[in-house]
Ligand binder design. Structure first.
Ligand SMILES: [Ca+2]
Ligand SMILES: [Ca+2]
Ligand SMILES: [Ca+2]
Ligand SMILES: [Ca+2]
Length: 818
């Protein structure tokens, strides 16, 4: 797969790279990402090493170019093996650049970076106007989950932000919500576009899952998300609205009378009418005709059959009243279905691809799979809590390199009673389905009284996927074939869309079902990376909700086959768990849910004081820090040994008790992750950059395919940290980090020595991956010939995504006869 390198960094002329390396994963063509931050000691500079520049490993990190640091046009230092520098002689108005230097040849200088005096910078945001729901409830907006992608191909990230109304709802909560907006800004805070999802998309963590990624490899990212009639997008330029348009409704929907004015939100009366309609057609349902479900609603509810079927409209209305006022409350006191306004259980659902820069719609297709119904088939009326629009409306999204080269978009619907995932490739014009996974519904015996969780779906291959999914998913190459699998909670989908495994285990004696084989099942937190570097391959750490019905409250599994490496039955909903290198004296990453354990399972005591909301790679020593602070608390970055390293005063995390920063990702500077949190009033996104010195040099984490894919999916539902596909922690083996550049062996140049004629020449051979320099000048003539004097220095400098092979000669000094 071609790398989408822009012309910007490409060698020009006949020595331009003639082809892009084969088999290379499509990664972003990023700029230097230089940031300058004022600290008490001086000005801390931090920049990117690109994976395209890595030439191998050293004792302290990855090898790359040397770096020339320039302040106000004057060189102040040359450093190597680190991508940061503390300038003790700086000043507030200084402007810095950094230039890579290879074999004495300077490459492209970075864009100049100003100094951010306070150790952070703000990206101004345009907060949407407050609103009022159809029942008169006022709401406001706060900036919620964020992502980054290069929407215009200049190598610099833009910021994508989802706006969350103050009345956003969980899928189990009743009520109208405000509209959802997804904005794209430059890092300077210029609004580029705004997607308005419209009234037919409910607001809440489970509904809108947006993917910002360059799917087609043209160097500019797209934006994909679930849409509906009423969705529109607006393009801005210099702060002014220049274009606004609604998405294209599929022709079939237009013929069926669908319009952008449709309002599928239900009032309380609408819900009654909806139920009555459902009851009126009870006798025709496939499940009723086949005898799978009771023939009458009264039988399903365990009451005396008093009506003839097909029901009359009066009978259906009477049964609706009975269902809402008597049956539902008899199942649970929380079932107050007379108040069910604000849900959307009907109407078209779409998936739209937008241009990342302009927000222009590129394609809209029906969302796959459709809901089918309001959740009846999904078990939403079956359990004691009757919650239409709940299990049916659980969405996830992610990015994965399923063919090892090009990113695919993965959208998922449902995980309790039916699990579906669909993978799409985007070629710039059309979405093409790569594969579709569907467990089928877990069959219900009685849609109004059944316990379908943990029951296989109807599909022979994917039936065991039910109840295995989490509120997140990961893309990781679990079997080391260079292609991503989808780690789908307690199951894993192979890169080709087949089921790799679905994890079951024997229930322990103290559980509700001793000796039975049961799913590891659903949970809220999962982490996939090389947790234990002493064991080959990746590991998966998960927590599980099933309590007495789950074999494990938490478990560490081998990612290749799902084999349990360690875990504990807890007998209760184990809701939270995290991993990280929080004890540098213990090899590998530690894990914690109910207890702190080493990568090899050794008990390290209670996990007291260790947060579980989000982690960050912030320290210089490769340890992991934890981001704490939920609700109205000030977010902090905390280190287990050193305490609080940062208090992000004036900012807040998102998603209530989940305490998620808007984003934690390596968006700028060296390999450390930045903390992105909204200011308290959401007037800006604040970006904190670590100014802790580090002796370690690593390529930007964004050039690791797993990490980059995981950053794109960080926004999905219950945000999880992003992990590299290799072990990152203290004591790590830097030679184990994959080097993505291709080896090249330069051919020795020819010397045309013409004594006494003053026409001495050297001639270099055009070689993919090599830029030739003679006496510091780039060789540009098609012949490769350069006139030289008494001596000549000839240097072969690798171009992007190439490195000189170990042991190969890349510099020649020749003396010529005069
Ligand atoms: Ca950009
Ligand atoms: Ca794989
Ligand atoms: Ca391992
Ligand atoms: Ca960084």
């Amino acid at each position: 797969m071609a790398h989408p390198a822009s012309a910007r960094d490409e060698p020009r002329g006949p020595f331009a790279r003639e082809h892009t390396p084969k088999g290379l994963t499509q990664l972003e063509d990023l700029d230097r990402g230089l940031v300058a931050l004022g600290t008490a000691e001086g000005t801390f500079l931090s920049w990117r090493l690109l994976a395209s520049e890595v030439s191998g490993a050293t004792e302290t990190g990855q090898a790359g170019p040397a770096w020339r640091v320039i302040r106000d046009g004057e060189e102040i230092a040359t450093v190597s093996d680190v991508t940061s520098y503390l300038d003790l002689g700086g000043h507030a108005e200084a402007r810095y650049t950094v230039t890579p230097v290879r074999s004495g040849v300077a490459g492209e200088a970075s864009a100049p970076a100003p100094v951010h005096a306070d150790g952070f910078f703000d990206i101004p945001l345009v907060r949407p106007a407050d609103g009022v729901t159809p029942v008169g409830e006022a709401f406001t907006y706060s900036a919620n989950d964020a992502s980054v992608a290069d929407v215009d191909g200049d190598g610099r990230y833009e910021l994508i932000v989802k706006w969350d109304p103050s009345n956003s709802k969980d899928v189990s909560q009743v009520g109208y919500t405000g509209e959802v907006f997804v904005d794209t800004y430059t890092l300077e805070g210029e609004l580029l576009n705004r997607i308005s999802l419209g009234k037919n998309v409910r607001a809440g963590a489970h509904y809108t899952q947006f993917l910002a990624y360059d799917f087609d490899g043209d160097g500019r990212s797209e934006l994909m998300m679930k849409t509906a009639p009423g969705t529109s997008s607006a393009t801005y330029r210099n702060g002014d609205l220049v274009e606004e348009s609604t998405i294209t409704l599929p022709r079939g929907d237009v013929r069926a009378g669908v319009s952008h004015d449709d309002d599928y939100r239900m009032s309380n009366d609408d819900f009654r009418a909806h139920l009555t309609e459902m009851f009126l057609s009870w006798h025709e349902r496939d499940e009723v005709v086949s005898g799978q479900w009771p023939a009458t609603l009264e039988e399903a509810w365990g009451t005396e059959v008093r009506h003839d079927y097909p029901l009359s409209p009066d009978a259906a209305a009477e049964l609706t009243d009975y269902f809402i006022d008597v049956y539902a409350p008899s199942r649970s006191g929380n079932n107050r279905l007379w108040n069910f306004e604000g849900f959307i259980v009907d109407g078209p659902e779409y998936l739209t691809v937008f241009d990342g820069e302009t927000g222009a719609e590129l394609e809209t297709i029906p969302y796959k799979p459709g809901r089918g119904d309001d959740g009846l088939l999904w078990g939403d009326y079956a359990m004691s809590r009757i919650e239409p629009g709940n299990r049916v409306d659980r969405f996830l999204s992610g990015v994965a390199y399923l063919d090892g080269a090009q990113p695919s978009a993965v959208f998922a619907r449902g995980y309790y009673t039916r699990s579906t995932l669909v993978a799409y490739d985007w070629d710039g014009k059309r979405l093409k389905e790569r594969w579709y996974v569907d467990s089928g519904h877990a069959p219900l015996t009685n849609p109004f009284n059944d316990g379908p969780h943990g029951r296989d779906g109807t599909d022979p291959e994917f039936g065991t996927l039910t109840t295995q999914g989490f509120h997140s998913l990961s893309a990781a190459d679990v079997d080391a074939d260079g292609k991503h699998e989808i780690v789908y909670g307690s199951a894993t989908i192979d890169h080709d869309g087949s089921l790799l495994y679905s994890s079951f285990a024997e229930m322990p004696p103290q559980s509700a079902q001793p000796g039975e084989q049961a799913r590891l099942g659903h949970g809220d937190a999962m982490h996939v990376t090389d947790i234990d570097p002493a064991r080959p391959g990746l590991e998966i750490f998960t927590v599980h909700e099933g309590g007495a019905y789950a074999p494990y409250g938490y478990a560490l599994r081998g990612a290749a086959d799902g084999e349990i490496l360690y875990g504990d039955y807890t007998g209760r909903d184990t809701g939270r768990g995290m991993i990280g290198d929080v004890d540098p004296t213990v090899p590998g990453l530690e894990t914690w849910a109910t207890r702190l354990r080493a990568a090899d399972g050794a008990e390290l005591g209670a996990a007291t004081g260790l947060g579980t909301n989000m982690s960050i790679r912030w320290a210089g020593d490769l340890t992991t820090q934890i981001v704490n602070g939920s609700g109205d608390a000030v977010p902090t970055i905390d280190d287990r040994q050193r305490g609080t390293l940062l208090r992000a005063e004036g900012t807040r995390t998102n998603n209530g008790t989940k305490g998620n920063p808007a984003l934690v990702a390596d968006i700028l500077g060296d390999w450390r992750e930045e903390l992105l949190v909204r200011t308290t009033d959401s007037a800006a996104m604040r970006v904190y950059v670590s100014t802790e010195e580090t002796p370690h040099q690593l390529a930007t984490l964004m050039h690791d395919p797993q990490y980059r894919a995981e950053v794109a999916r960080q926004q999905t539902t219950y945000n999880q940290p992003s992990y590299t596909g290799w072990h990152l922690g203290t004591g790590m083996d830097f030679s184990a980090v994959p080097v993505l550049t291709h080896e090249v062996v330069p051919r020795a140049p020819k010397v045309h020595d013409r004594p006494g004629r003053g026409k001495d020449e050297v001639q270099v051979k055009a070689t993919p991956g090599i830029a030739w320099y003679v006496d510091g000048e780039r060789v540009t003539h098609p012949s490769g010939k350069v006139r030289v004097g008494a001596t000549a220095e000839i240097v072969a400098v690798p171009t992007a995504w190439y490195r000189i092979a170990d042991g190969a000669t890349s510099a020649w000094t020749v003396a010529l006869t005069r």
